[in-house]
Design a protein around this ligand. Structure first.
Ligand SMILES: NC(=O)c1ccc[n+]([C@@H]2O[C@H](COP(=O)([O-])OP(=O)(O)OC[C@H]3O[C@@H](n4cnc5c(N)ncnc54)[C@H](OP(=O)(O)O)[C@@H]3O)[C@@H](O)[C@H]2O)c1
Length: 331
């Protein structure tokens, strides 16, 4: 007989900000998921978040989560620049981690975390929620079944309009801001899903903001098997944030906003099929469930977003940043 104790997964949260609030709300929709602790740099903020989301424990030292036997897994939701240090500390303590995107600022850091996950046998998953949505699992299955033939062309865009304030997460280089790391990472994650490999050549151009981060970026990627991809991302203007994956036999179009879409169109010949895969909450429930599934089966990664895909995306972003001359403080 299985006890309720083993069915329950107790979550800790680091970085109780905007996205952590949405995550905490969606976690309530996942059977067996329990919010146990929250950690801020300020215990008053941790307490306010804990009270709002009915979390029994709070604190201001994330290292306590690493040592806490009552916390099964930690979700890291701080800005990009802070992911590596927190994830490294937790993995070294043997604590499983679900870390917001992008997993780190650069590929060297991602590689180090993945090596730690492997050497310690501890789960590490990038919280790239799009990859865990039912629509994207369906798209992946369709591609694998040859529904569009060999995927040869991917086009995607993700632009948001943030205020050009040097203090905010999007424009601040100290927080590893800019379009590529914040929103372009989604384009690369779905391109990697469709094409299953890293690009051979990259041709990127960017308009840089006064703060030095990429405000608008466009990149063309070419692959050794003849496939091609383009994407546009940015933090300074709105756009049509859609995705198209095309092959010799047809294409799949995911309309704006592709990152959390529930419908898409599959076109083959003269036929059009609408794919529908609803959410149960706001979309975070699927990455939460997947992390819990892998935790229970004692795996160190998710097949829906393997370490190799996370690393390939980070490596591509490093190569793009080299072309546009973007280095973050401390790199
Ligand atoms: N999945 C999605 O749809 C989605 C959407 C938006 C963002 N994100 C990702 O989620 C992460 C957080 O984004 P957000 O918009 O939630 O950020 P945010 O609200 O600006 O910051 C999150 C929290 O991190 C802590 N923090 C702020 N600056 C920090 C620093 N320099 N070092 C350590 N901690 C710091 C703050 O909490 P305390 O000061 O109280 O510790 C803050 O409340 C990013 O990786 C972002 O890319 C994902």
């Amino acid at each position: 007989m299985t006890s309720s104790r083993t069915e329950t997964t107790r979550w800790g949260i680091v970085g109780p900000g905007h996205i952590a609030g949405k995550f905490a709300t969606d976690l309530r929709a996942v059977p067996g998921a329990v919010l146990d602790s929250v950690c801020s740099r300020d215990s008053g903020r941790a307490r306010a978040f804990a009270e709002k989301h009915n979390i029994p424990r709070w604190g201001d030292d994330p290292s306590l989560l690493g040592a806490d036997p009552d916390v099964d897994i930690v979700y890291i939701a701080s800005p990009h620049n802070a992911h590596f240090e927190t994830a490294k500390m937790l993995l070294e303590a043997g604590k499983p981690v679900l870390c917001e995107k992008p997993i780190t600022v650069n590929a060297a850091q991602a590689r180090e975390l993945i090596e730690l996950s492997r050497s310690r046998g501890v789960l590490l998953v990038e919280a790239m929620w799009t990859r865990f949505l039912p629509l994207y699992q369906r798209i992946r299955a369709l591609i694998e079944d040859g529904a569009i033939g060999l995927p040869r062309l991917v086009s995607s865009s993700f632009c948001i309009r943030a205020e050009p304030d040097p203090e905010n997460r999007w424009y601040n280089p100290a927080l590893a801001g800019g379009g590529l790391l914040d929103v372009g990472v989604y384009c690369l994650a779905v391109t990697q899903l469709a094409l299953g490999r890293a690009p051979e050549t990259i041709d990127a151009a960017a308009r840089m903001a006064a703060t030095g981060v990429d405000e608008l970026l466009h990149a063309r990627l070419a692959y050794e098997n003849g496939a091609m991809a383009t994407f546009t991302c940015g933090v300074g203007n709105r756009f049509d944030n859609s995705l198209t994956i095309a092959g010799s036999e047809g294409f799949i179009h995911v309309p704006n906003l592709f990152i959390n879409a529930t419908t898409a169109e599959l076109r083959r010949g003269d036929g059009v099929e609408t794919l529908r895969e609803p959410l149960r909450a706001e979309g975070f429930e699927f990455e939460i469930e997947e992390a819990m599934r892998r935790l229970r089966s004692k795996e160190i990664e998710s097949p829906l977003l393997p370490h190799a895909d996370t690393l390939a995306t980070m490596e591509t972003m490093d190569r793009i940043r080299e072309q546009i001359g973007l280095r973050y403080p401390g790199e």
